[in-house]
Ligand binder design. Sequence first.
Ligand code: IVH
Length: 714
Amino acid sequence: MQDVQSLSPKVAAEELKRLGEILRRANAAYYQSDAPDLSDAEYDALKRLNAEIEARFPDLKRTDSPSDQVGAAPSEGFQKIRHSVPMLSLGNAFDDEDVGEFDKSIRKYLGLKADAKLTYTAEPKIDGLSLALRYENGHLVHAATRGDGTTGENVTANARTITDIPDTLSDAPDLLEVRGEVYMSHADFEALNIRQAENDGKTFANPRNAAAGSLRQLDAKITAARPLRFFAYAWGSISAPLADTQKGAIDRLDALGFPTNPLTALCDGPNAMIAHYRAIEAQRATLGYDIDGVVYKVNDLGLQGRLGFRSTTPRWAIAHKFPAELVWTRIEKIDIQVGRTGALSPVARLQPVTVGGVVVSNATLHNEDYIAGRDANGQPIRDGKDIREGDWVQVYRAGDVIPKVADVDLSKRPEDAVPYEFPTVCPECQSDAIREEGDAVRRCTGGLICPAQAVEKMKHFVSRAAFDIEGLGAKQVEQFFADGWIKEPADIFTLRDRFGAGLQQLQNREGWGEKSAENLFDAIDEKRTIDFHRLLFGLGIRHLGEAAAKDLARHFTDWDTLAGTADRAASEPATGGATRDALAQSPAWGEFLSIDGVGQTLTQSLVTALAQDHERASIDRLVQHLTIVPPEDRASDSPVAGKTVVFTGTLEKMTRAEAKARAEALGAKVSGSVSAKTDLVVAGPGAGSKAKKAADLGIEILDEDGWLAFIGDA
Ligand code: IVH
């Protein structure tokens, strides 16, 4: 072994380069060609030497350092990678009309006339799992799964085993993050399942599951033995633009060595898009891999930039889904499940049947009107046919959610079938279940005394978009709840103290050992520090979704301010039936309603929840255990970050929606009304009372050009 201490920086740098190359070649030989060119011991020694040089000269550590990428994956699950640009999902179109609406909404947002030229790309939507590949100076430095969209799993070693994914690129931008889909072909999937069955291994329900199960392997050697493929269709951070258009960028990725889908076409409007959709649909059965629709994207990247994103989806793209497969089966029984907000949800227990490659044994029946054959307005659905136990029904899977019922076959209805009687007491706690006027759903009034509500609330609390505690999923929550170990979220954070000493009780449970218990406690400790919006979402308050949680967190930045404002709102007189305008006049209500994305229904629900003694005490107990992290000021260096801006009058260079989205992207709050809290008013021609009020209050007023110059867009 060389003496690392005596190396000069120059020699050390050369040595790191050399070791990197040897180790990279060794990896390729090992994983991709299945023909190792180094013994395990030689490999380990070189890797150790590399790490020692890096430890001695941290500044010389290479971005493509073998220490970061290869060798055994971390044994305790995957490391996390924060995406430099979030990995979002796509909005859906289900029919031709939706495609027309998509085009119209884009034209409206951009202020384009109906006959202005607007080109789209149309390409298959691959049914696999998305992967982000980061290349620095032409070297693959890491690969991450989508995860929750913000943070994914580090699957670098696994991605390196996929032949479709180049390890090095030439003539690429210094920084290039390529995104695409990992999938498995039908032929490879079938062969894999045969091999698995022969070796008593796990077989997979469909190619998508097989691809996901193969990529997310802690041992990259297993991934290497699985025939995974990749299509590139998007990108994240880049140091230089790939092209001016979507199609140009895809062609560039293709030229760099990434497989891109050959069915990608340019279309000059909805008719051409739909025609290409039909053409792809006609080839679906013979493609050799699963697709579940067609993705349309605005071709001009400048326009994509202007269109930007909603909270979870881009405005410039949409997925046109293929119609779901419909299959007939029988309803054996109708059960009622009680959700976290007390909603009684009827579920059809079905004779198991395969739909789209997945065995289905439950379908949602939505609510009592739906079962009776009418919609929320009392109008007939399914020609007024009701649904009964024993009925033959046609079911389908819509995305990843619970299967749904499309139709009932009355000719097969058993003679003794009786109309379903919806319960009026909660099946879990026997409290009254009531249906408020205007609500389609009947709800248990038991609150936290209802065990079903309590446990569902806690499952929500640990869910991915909330506290996301590794090792504490729905199953464990149910188990711990049944054992009386956790009755409310705060109890999760006292588990270690209560069981820490001997861990006896936990260890006695099937599936728990000292190590896994310790890991669980560590994972819980990790979440004592939590993003404010995750806490808010995790509380499981009705109408408080992920997007609204982010809006609230951004506005209030800390728990005490939010709770204090809710308390004041609870004591302000005008609640209940008051109109939005009347409510907006009272200060605390007005503050909630001024937040874009927060309406009357959510405010009412939040204020009511926090005013309930039981609920509030439970939240207060929880908050004591937490360090709440305020939202990052995403654009703190922009001149309008944190400022409240009002747009009024006509804008000529952009639509109101675009102006608002742009201001928010720069960290501003956009409000509809001028008050003492307004920092800036952008007034176009025809501005009236708002501009006048701003002038009276001495608030700065800019015209459209002034605004664009101010934010640096002029
Ligand atoms: S574009 C900003 N193109 O579908 C979103 N996605 O439902 C960029 N997917 O998470 C995605 N084929 O995993 C895009 N040709 C395609 C796709 C595709 C499959 C997946 C992707 C995404 C999901 C959204």
